[in-house]
Each structure stands twice: as structure tokens, then as C-alpha cells.
Design a protein around this ligand. Structure first.
Ligand code: EPU
Length: 423
């Protein structure tokens, strides 16, 4: 069977989308929560779990370790009392970059972990050197055999201090979760501040972990004994989904309301929209936007939270192609992330790549429909937006990659007037 694709009929510049688009639970919050569940000898329940393809992939890895994973609607249960293996199944681990999150919890739970280099998105080089140094600093040994790496700490991790040379989201999460099982206090410095880090800490705290400072640059973890949480842990809303749908509303909305989001996680996005002249109304967990008569050009530079998220860059780059004048997108986190813009040029965009980290954009331009295979989740969403506002018919191939991060995207888009089918 061929990979699925999305066929989209362009609106040809008519701003007629209207209605509500719900945001589901955050991919990048549920993945670390599931990895952290490995540390908890008992049953953990998670609610607001999105129906995205990365979840069964992570579930399969957990089951390979000996956990039992069951799903009922948006509630996922992990019974990790019987974790017995310390080997991450190679094919599944390679297909999911977030498998790297399991390194910390499996090492801490079983005394060792064997894993391949994690795979995942094609967004440039994604090393794991900092993970390795952190665990070595906490007393683990590291060895390589063929394609497999092993970290071992048979007597448990020691305490100590570790400074993240580069701010890393999954690195902060993986080391923080492992540190709950360390013999002494662990202090982590230059940590990622993302809401997903705080959410992971909250789940661990509900299981008895002593963690202070999550959401600040310094996190202190004291030796903890974890047990099954009393409460079901609710996954926070996906701020990248919210940003993507807000970009759609700003491009083609008569009035689009994005519901179920957490506006306080979206400061950089909302500020960017307002700066570009987009009318934005926030009401509780809903945000309403519409396309302004004229989008103003600007400059975005991706940054760690609370700066402008790298995962929100592709949809916002589409916004910049429609602004009247010269704009700039600086991608400061990932080397290869701007490569997808070459396809946008083939659709008619005036984008010049001046370095692996910077493109200049001249707007506004009209996108011509065509076929494009997406290399990753977020570029896929950007191609969809370009196809929606463009002329003619487009097909976006590798829809399964978009399914990794957006649950039944076509149904939610169709509900606001997008002419989209899965083929
Ligand atoms: N880095 C290193 N060495 C390491 C780890 C990271 O040099 O050992 C570098 C990376 O190469 C990159 C920078 O650190 O230049 C930051 O990357 P980070 O480690 O923060 O990325 P990540 O944790 O692998 C998470 C999200 C990504 C998101 C980034 C940045 C999850 C599961 N993934 O990845 O999400 O782009 O943070 O915010 O949380 C996506 O959802 O589409 C996605 C790619």
C-alpha cells in the first residue's frame, strides 16, 4: 500500500474559513509522561491523550520492556509494575526520536539501558551527546557495541550537579526523571523551561518525587520513592497545534476559534500575531482570530521557551509569505529545519535561504497547487497551509508523518471549511 496523502483544494485567496477547531493533548507532554511511568511500580493513568501515531509507537516500546499499556478513548493506562527488560526494541526506538526519553527512566529503574541511536524527524542532526554526559556525570558507564549503546549503573545513579551545555527539552526531562531514583541530591542547571518539562515534573511529583524548580533554569531532585499516583494525570493542551491553527485562522479565517488551549503557553505566538496585524481575542481557553486585510512583515527567531517555538516556525513562515513586504525567519535550534522551504519556492513563494539558519521572505505571493512529500510533521503542516490558501489542487504525501503529531487533522480542518480529503 502506498503511504496516505492529503488532497487539498485551494481557497485561491478567499478568506472564508469559519468555526471552531479543538486542540488536543500535547504530543510532547504525553511522550515524556509515558516514559516517566516506567519509574513507577504500579498503575498510572493519563487523560486527554491525543490519538496520534507516536503514542502506539511509545506504547509498543513500553510493552517491550514488560509494561502493560491499555487505552480507552482519551485515557491511557500504564501498569509498569512488571518492567523486566532494559533493552529498547531497535526498530521502534529508531522510528521515534522521543524513545530517547526512555533512556533515563529505564536506566534508573533497571540499572542499565541498551538502545540504538534514536531516529524520528528529518530536522538536521540530532545528537544525544548531552544525555550521555549527564548520565556519566551521575555515575553511569557508557559503552557501544555494533549499533547499540549501553548505559549502566548497577548500583544506582549517584547524586551530583550537571550543567546542560545546550538547552535540551527531552534531555532535561530524561535526566530529571532518572534523578528521582538517584542515591543523593541531583542539581540540574541550564534546564529547558518548556511547559512540558513542568508537566512531566507534576506527574512525577504526584507519584511521590521530590522535584523543585521545574520551569526554571535550575531543577533540584531529592531521593524519592515513587508509587502509583492516586490521581489521573491530565495531559496539557498542545501549544504547537494551537499555534498551527491560529496561523490558519490568520491566513484564511473569516473567524476561527481555537478551543481547549492554554493561552499562557502561547505568549510568543500571540505577540507575533498581534504584531503582524491579526485581530486576536482570548477568552478563557479559547482564542479567536481572523485574517486581517493586510498582514505586516516581521522577523521571527526561534528560541527555547518562552521564546518563539521552533515547532511553530513552519506554519508561521507561511504567514510571512502572505505579509506585505520583506520578512525574516531565523531558525536557531535545528540545522536542517529550513530545507522544506525549497518546496515552497516551487509552489511560488519568494524565499531566499541565506544560511542554514536564515531565510528571507518577500511577500505576498500566491501558492500554486502541486504534489509535495513532507519530510516531517511540522513542515507537513506548513505545506497544508500553503495548499489551503493557494490555487488549484495539492497533494501532500507522507501524511503518516503528519499523523504523528496531529490527530485526524483532516476532520478538524474540514469542519471549518477546508476542502481536504485523505487519499
Ligand atoms: N542537542 C544536542 N545534544 C543532545 C541533545 C540536544 O546538541 O544531546 C541539541 C539539538 O541538536 C538541538 C538542541 O539541542 O540543536 C535542542 O534540541 P532539544 O534536545 O531541545 O530537542 P528535543 O528534546 O529532541 C523536543 C521536541 C521537539 C522540539 C524540540 C525543541 C519532544 C518529544 N520533542 O525535541 O519536537 O522541536 O524539543 O523545542 O519533546 C516536534 O514536535 O515536531 C518536535 C520535533
Amino acid at each position: 500500500m502506498q503511504n496516505p496523502a492529503f488532497r487539498i483544494e485551494g481557497l485561491g485567496g478567499i478568506q472564508e474559513l469559519q468555526g471552531e477547531i479543538p486542540v488536543y493533548g500535547a504530543k510532547n507532554a504525553v511522550l515524556p509522561a509515558l516514559a516517566a511511568a516506567v519509574l513507577v511500580p504500579g498503575l498510572s493513568k493519563f487523560e486527554n491523550v491525543p490519538g496520534i501515531a507516536d503514542i502506539p509507537a511509545m506504547g509498543a516500546l513500553l510493552e517491550g520492556l514488560g509494561a502493560r499499556v491499555t487505552r480507552e478513548g482519551r485515557t491511557l493506562s500504564v501498569e509498569a509494575g512488571m518492567i523486566s527488560s532494559s533493552v529498547l526494541e531497535s526498530t521502534a526506538a529508531r522510528s521515534l526520536r522521543a524513545s530517547v526519553l526512555l533512556i533515563g527512566s529505564v536506566l534508573a529503574r533497571t540499572g542499565s539501558v541498551t538502545f540504538p541511536h534514536p531516529g524520528g524527524d528529518v530536522i538536521g542532526e540530532r545528537p544525544i551527546d548531552i544525555f550521555i554526559s549527564a548520565f556519566q556525570k551521575l555515575g553511569a558507564t557508557f559503552s557501544e557495541s555494533g549499533d547499540a549503546y549501553t548505559l549502566a549503573a548497577p548500583n544506582g545513579l549517584s547524586g551530583g550537579e550537571f550543567f546542560f551545555r545546550v538547552v535540551t527539552v527531552t534531555g532535561t526531562e530524561a535526566v530529571m526523571m532518572a534523578a528521582t531514583a538517584a542515591r543523593d541530591v541531583v542539581t540540574l542547571k541550564n534546564c529547558a523551561l518548556e511547559p512540558e518539562v513542568i508537566a512531566t515534573a507534576e506527574y512525577l511529583k504526584s507519584c511521590g518525587a521530590h522535584i523543585e524548580g521545574a520551569g526554571t533554569p535550575t531543577i533540584v531532585i531529592r531521593p524519592s520513592t515513587l508509587s502509583a499516583p492516586v490521581k489521573t494525570h491530565r495531559i496539557i493542551p498542545d501549544r504547537i497545534e494551537a499555534a498551527s491553527f491560529l496561523a490558519l485562522g490568520a491566513l484564511a479565517g473569516k473567524s476561527i476559534t481555537v478551543t481547549g488551549c492554554e493561552p499562557s503557553h502561547l505568549d510568543a505566538v500571540l505577540e507575533g500575531l498581534r504584531y503582524m496585524g491579526v485581530p486576536v481575542t482570548v477568552s478563557g481557553s479559547s482564542i479567536t482570530v481572523r485574517a486581517p486585510e493586510k498582514l505586516l512583515p516581521t522577523r521571527f527567531r526561534t528560541h527555547e521557551y518562552p521564546g518563539f517555538a521552533t515547532d511553530a516556525h513552519p506554519p508561521f513562515l507561511i504567514l510571512l509569505t502572505q505579509a506585505h513586504g520583506d520578512s525574516v525567519m531565523i531558525e536557531s535550534i535545528f540545522d536542517g529545519r529550513l530545507k522544506y522551504t525549497e518546496e515552497l519556492v516551487k509552489m511560488g513563494a519568494k524565499i531566499t535561504q541565506v544560511s542554514p539558519h536564515r531565510v528571507n521572505i518577500q511577500g505576498p505571493t500566491v501558492f500554486q497547487g502541486r504534489h509535495i512529500d513532507t519530510p516531517d510533521i511540522r513542515a507537513g503542516l506548513a505545506f497544508m497551509l500553503a495548499a489551503i490558501i493557494g490555487t488549484g489542487t495539492s497533494t501532500i504525501g507522507n501524511a503518516h508523518l503528519i499523523d504523528r503529531g496531529y490527530e485526524r487533522i483532516e476532520e478538524r480542518l474540514r469542519a471549518v471549511g477546508v476542502r481536504i480529503t485523505r487519499v
